[in-house]
Design a protein around this ligand. Sequence first.
Ligand code: IFM
Length: 446
Amino acid sequence: MNFTGIPEDFIWGVATSAFQIEGATTEDGRGLSIWDTFCKTPGKIHQGHNAEMTCDHYHRYKEDIKLMKQLGIQSYRFSLAWPRIFPQGKGKLNQKGIDFYNSLIDELCKNDITPAITLYHWDLPQSLEDQGGWRNRETASIFLEYAKTCFAAFHDRVPMWITFNEPFCSAYLGHYHGCHAPGIQDMQATANTIHHINLAHGLTVQAFREKAYKGKIGITQMLIKHRPATRSEQDKKAAQRATDYSSSVFMDPLFGKGYPKEFLYSTPEVNLPVQKGDLDIISEKMDFLGINYYAETAMAYNQNDPEKPQGVESYYPKTEMDWPVVPAGLYRMLKWLDEKYSSPEIYITENGCALPDTLEADGESCHDPDRISYLREHFKMCKKAIADGIKLKGYFHWSIMDNFEWAYGYSKRFGLIYSDYKSLKRIPKDSFYFYREVIAGHEPLE
Ligand code: IFM
């Protein structure tokens, strides 16, 4: 009996990424990534933290899979570290990298947990960055070769493939704001990155189709569908413009709509380096769309600079990331996607919150009631969307355990499991047990 009201075949999972949990950054032939370099750049990461050890998942993956089994998830979404497989990004393959992921995948299968692979979660090999990184069109073809190698090695056990995680972050945070690797601040570099990642995605989907692999392939987007602060036409336009900037520029070309005109008009100083045939490649049909939902923001018209809509305050509580908790925004987002992009099959490939979690004096427990209510409210929105007929097929919580939160280092905790970074002990939080009840079908999500 399932009391949740969410269909039995809905996939419940958790998500991580290689750089954030693996550690072992210099072991078994792994090459450097742009994030290794960024961590060494003074002032870029909170208190100079790095990911050399992080959760040491590279050595402890069996223990972590045991915890996943206890949690009862059906699927585990993780990323492959490109520099573990091709230390220089291309050329000589590192067999030990392939061996590690084979062992991880085999262990998951042994435990009846379906592997879901993300090919790129931000750790570009440093030697490719040295040749222009994502600003260079050539990187898209090199990515394709890497992706083909991964398909050939793992396709027999992996039914779900995600080409890219959150191109938004690689493009804007990495190349416009400069707060992520490679730390560039240039709008033309951002536009090049957007287009070349979109292109790499399309080439990869085509290659997957050519081999007729059995699994499904899609992409994960961090989308922000901004809502207008008021009903005024100007605020509506401002919200639309902000959405074009953050989301439609990634989504529209994937769904055969080209780049949003508003984006092109409002950034006349930059050129999207589109060549003949690119848009056809980019819009190669995917099997599903992955979305990472964390927050929604209200946007208002900016009198001082009409081209730059401004975010406004609202009443929602905020997480440790200062992100407003807006469960209804998830529902609005799902509706928007369903309507605008002709009802794609959707997975929520990340959702979660950073909270000021602390261990109890016994060192064995961590009470996180706010995460439980966060989850409950977001699950209710999933249920509502499914009831509306939206093809929402699964949910992956970010994250199974606290880990290296990029520029914030270890200062933000997103896990269902508390990570003690000194002892490397993993301590399930109350939300771990709550999620287990949901997955088991016991929690009426009302
Ligand atoms: O930790 C990140 C993850 O790598 C990508 N999505 C958002 C998460 C929380 O910031």
